[in-house]
Design a protein around this ligand. Structure first.
Ligand code: PXL
Length: 432
């Protein structure tokens, strides 16, 4: 995937296009850039701004648009009317999702747009937005209305939507009990996504949010999924922020873990499968995702508790942690030794009808018989290792599913395997 960031250069690399390239790289995305202005700033002070000339901006945009297949565009700092008009001209005919981050001021006080450019920003940039992501202050400036209640929040979002943005996300609305939420106004719906607040002043979180959002949208996630993804990603970038310079901390996206984001996303979707509670076994479910070439279960991310059944509800009990699963992680570790492309697994309840669905959907399924297990294995803790090895002994290609029908006092079980959690969800959608 290729994503384009149009914005300002920040020599501290905490924000602006440098930060976006880092964020994209963390997603394994190729980051393209077009620089609208050069700023001088560090973690304590904002120095100066020089806008790019019209000629060089135009040429940058032409260079990337003519060459690459661009899957999504983020627009950040635009600074002045000339920049705004060029961006509008070059982008208006493209059919590519665009996230507009309407940045006005840096945390350290620098102006990222000239006052006189606000009218043109509204006229030429906002209508390009698939999603616009103002924080509370930026939303108030754009709508010329104070936000001091749920009513005014919704009103401000509507005003911005009427300016031409398809979807509006007002970020960072502080709530009671250390929660912070994003208010989303789509075409026909509105809702709030709430999360935990970290009270720290940092450099970069706004850019992280909009860059993660365009990634998720370009991946064809829904607006709601994309907002949740961007929020979680930004939360982690703030949590891992580092004091690199003398001033405020810089958010950290290099420690961002794709494995974590993908597994957590898949678990969110798994628990929403229709009547999934019917597929949770007595010993509950774990869903795991491994680093490349895992050496032990410590290299495999799993739920430190389990996915548990509570009546007809299914709840994720515990956090994601490396080494969080023993049983399913051991199954994955065993299969990964023979088929290194298999990096994810989930266990579901054994049911005859599930097995027949698996067979009908032409997945490769194999099994082992726990009652054949040698006594010396039973004493140790590696029953599952023995079983998986036995099941895949003669296979030339990796199986989709391995099951066993139990033993005295041992619950039968189905384990679904795949390259990634996403692939597993696809398989599950055919069988549960
Ligand atoms: O986070 C907003 C932002 C965007 N772009 C540049 C910036 C900043 C904040 O400092 O410097 C270039």
């Amino acid at each position: 995937m290729n994503l384009l960031s149009i914005g300002g250069s920040d020599p501290s690399s905490g924000a602006g296009i440098q930060s976006d390239v880092k964020t994209f790289a963390g997603f394994n995305v190729y980051g393209l850039t077009a620089i609208t202005a050069i700023t001088s700033q560090n973690t304590s002070r904002f120095g100066m701004v020089e806008p790019a000339s019209q000629k060089i901006l135009k040429s940058q945009l032409e260079s990337v648009i003519s060459d690459f297949k661009i899957d999504g565009i983020k627009i950040g700092m635009v600074f002045n009317s000339q920049v705004i008009k060029i961006i509008h001209t070059k982008l208006k005919k493209l059919k590519i999702p665009i996230v507009v981050d309407p940045v006005i001021k840096s945390t350290t006080g620098g102006m990222l747009i000239e006052k006189s450019a606000m009218v043109d920003f509204q006229k030429y940039i906002i209508p390009l937005a698939t999603v616009i992501t103002p924080n509370k202050y930026e939303a108030e400036v754009l709508a010329k209305t104070k936000i001091n209640s749920k009513n005014t929040l919704e009103k401000v979002a509507m005003i911005i939507q009427e300016m031409g943005a398809k979807n509006v996300v007002i970020t960072g609305i502080e709530e009671e009990n250390k929660k912070i939420s994003d208010f989303v106004l789509e075409k026909n719906t509105k809702y709030t996504i709430s999360g935990n607040q970290i009270t720290s002043i940092n450099h970069g979180s706004g850019c992280n949010y909009s860059a993660a959002l365009i990634f998720a949208i370009a991946e064809n996630k829904t607006i709601q999924e994309s907002v949740k993804f961007a929020k979680k990603f930004t939360y982690n970038s703030i949590k891992n922020a580092e004091k690199i310079g003398d001033g405020i901390t810089i958010t950290n996206i290099t420690k961002h873990d794709n494995i974590h984001v993908e597994l957590s996303d898949a678990i969110d979707k798994f628990v929403k499968f229709k009547e999934i509670y019917k597929n949770i076994p007595e010993c509950q479910t774990n869903f795991v995702y491994s680093k490349q070439k895992p050496k032990s279960t410590k290299d495999i991310l799993g739920i430190s508790g389990r996915v548990v059944k509570a009546g007809k509800k299914v709840i994720v009990a515990g956090n994601l942690a490396y080494g969080g699963s023993k049983h399913i992680a051991t199954a994955l570790l065993t299969i990964n030794k023979k088929f290194p492309e298999i990096n994810s697994a989930v266990n579901i309840k054994y049911q005859k009808k599930t097995i027949s669905k698996i067979e009908k959907s032409r997945m490769l399924v194999c099994s082992y018989d726990r009652t054949n297990e040698p006594k010396n294995v039973k004493i140790g803790s590696s029953t599952i290792e023995w079983g998986i090895k036995k099941a895949i002994k003669d296979l030339k290609v990796p199986p989709d599913v391995i099951f066993h029908e139990g033993d005295f006092g041992k619950e039968p079980m189905i384990i679904v395997f795949g390259n990634t959690p996403k692939v597993i969800l696809k398989k599950l959608s055919k069988i549960v």
